[in-house]
Design a binder for this molecule. Structure first.
Ligand code: IFM
Length: 503
């Protein structure tokens, strides 16, 4: 075995025992109220986030070739209503309007992703300048509007040619990613200071190759574990390639959808179930990226599936690239228990239905909804989880600035008779979660910014256009953009550096 067997340096299970009661609504309200009384620090970023396939459209322009999401969404039965990103919200042609909208809303940071197959259509070889030019124009527009760009290099849209060659379960894909990172770094490193290698590698690995509800739709638990490792390697090699191609002042981060995993009760069986999910959700990425090792408990729990011999000497050293910041995406906590009698578990994971588990080696773990309100995705609303997450990484990655690189909620928004879109539920969600961020700041977390997911309604992956996460409403037939009341509320937060009242 190579250096994979170095003892895990991640702390003991973070699963919180016994939280089967609804999050304390009063505590959340009080925390948010207290937070409102105190300003966010100067320089705090009030951002919004999107990703390429979810908004750009123009999938056949400028030499772009299909990504795995083009193939997947065009495969019957894969997305709700057969929706695709072919047009999405046509941001490729409307980016000037979208930047102007952000400027009007007082958003001072924008996180977007680059479409790999737009800038390097086959996933190999030289960059296509037409593809890079789109992002150059977008960045110039943002900078002219005083909005700080943050680039995500990979938000799930692998060039199809690389999937045809084996995709993330193959080591070669990590080398391809490093080359792509260099190309984008060389092209945009002079004007973009904030860089994110991967978005939510858990989804790429476990929804893409485990449960198959995301592209490329494979359902092989070992492929999912291999993919996770190669994403770790890609992160490390990509970060090194960026460093070598850009000015040293630039910041490199990764965006993880680190889960807050809680056990239904403190029984040993439930705590062990929580430990296993914590390893598969968190340790599998932050182990290598922050500590240079996989948790021993993860290797043990997946030992009947694989001996992890795809990990080579030096991989974990490479994966532990020096990070300048850590991005955390948070929506909802996970509440788990062991299935009685070791029977088949999972469910309530909010990631779409599949008969295949996205949790290799944890088929006997049951997922539960936290009691209380839920968003249109069916995800429990619990801002205490965001506070918990920020404090966990304050302890685990001391000294590393934190950014909330995604947070938000889907609701069934509709315009009223006057064409206005009122979304008080989203305002309440943001109010609670910004309160949690503020509480974490007060407790010593070095949180530098918050990116609302999402700037505007868009293609929500296998849910198609049926789930609206935007602060800006998009009328899909006309593609007209209308800021919802939450966008105006968020603008007020950004303007005053406080948390305005929710109503
Ligand atoms: O829309 C997604 C985004 O692409 C990644 N994070 C979660 C969001 C909501 O599901």
């Amino acid at each position: 075995m190579p250096d994979i067997v170095s003892p895990a340096t991640t702390p003991a299970p973070t699963a919180t025992p016994a939280t089967a009661t609804a999050p304390d609504a009063d505590a959340n309200a009080n925390a948010a109220e207290a937070a409102a009384a105190v300003s966010f620090p100067p320089g705090f970023l009030w951002g919004a986030a999107t990703s390429a396939y979810q908004i750009e459209g123009a999938v056949r322009e400028g030499g772009r070739t299909p990504s795995i999401w083009d193939t997947f969404s065009h495969t019957p039965g894969r997305t709700a209503g057969g929706d695709t990103g072919d047009v999405a919200v046509d941001h490729y042609h409307r980016y000037r309007e979208d930047v102007a909208l952000m400027a009007r809303l007082g958003v001072n940071a924008y996180r977007f992703s680059v479409s790999w197959s737009r800038v390097q259509p086959t996933g190999r070889g030289p960059a296509v300048q037409v593809g890079l030019d789109f992002y150059r124009r977008l960045v110039d527009e943002l900078l002219a509007a005083g909005i700080e760009p943050a680039i995500t290099l990979y938000h799930w849209d692998l060039p199809q040619e690389l999937e045809d060659a084996g995709g993330w379960p193959e080591r070669e894909t990590a080398y391809r990613f490093a080359e792509y990172a260099r190309l984008v770094g060389e092209a945009l490193g002079d004007r973009v200071q904030s860089w994110i290698t991967l978005n939510e590698p858990w989804c790429s690995a476990f929804l893409g190759y485990g449960s198959g509800v995301h592209a490329p739709g494979r359902t092989d638990p070992v492929a999912a574990l291999r993919a996770a490792h190669h994403l770790n390697l890609a992160h490390g090699l990509g970060a090194a390639a960026l460093r070598a191609s850009m000015p040293t002042r630039n910041r490199i981060a990764v965006s993880l959808n680190s889960s807050v995993v809680r056990a239904l009760s403190p029984s040993p069986a439930n705590m062990a179930a929580a430990r296993r999910i914590d390893d598969l959700a968190n340790g599998i990425f932050h182990g290598p990226m922050l500590h240079g090792s996989y948790p021993k408990t993860l290797l043990k729990a997946t030992g009947s599936l694989t001996d992890w011999s795809f990990v080579r000497d030096g991989d974990l050293r490479a994966a532990r690239a020096s990070l300048d910041a850590l991005g955390l995406n948070y929506y909802t906590p996970a509440l788990v228990s062991a299935a009685e009698g070791g029977g088949r578990g999972h469910g309530a994971d909010g990631h779409g239905a599949s008969e295949h588990s996205p949790w290799p080696g944890a088929d006997d773990v049951l997922f539960h909804h936290t009691p209380g309100e839920r968003t249109e995705m069916g995800w429990s609303i619990d801002p205490t989880g965001l506070h918990e997450l920020l404090m966990r990484y304050t302890r685990e990655a001391p000294g590393l600035p934190l950014y909330v690189t995604e947070n938000g909620a889907a609701y069934d928004d509709r315009p009223d008779a006057d064409g206005r879109v009122h979304d008080p539920e989203r305002i309440a969600y943001l109010h609670g979660h910004l309160g949690a961020v503020h509480r974490a700041l007060a407790d010593g977390a070095d949180v530098r910014g918050y990116y609302l997911w999402s700037l505007m309604d868009n293609f929500e992956w296998s849910y198609g256009y049926g789930k609206r996460f935007g602060a800006v409403y998009v009328d899909y037939p006309t593609l007209t953009r209308t800021p919802k009341s939450s966008a105006h509320w968020y603008a007020e937060a950004a303007r005053t550096h406080t948390i305005p009242p929710a109503s």
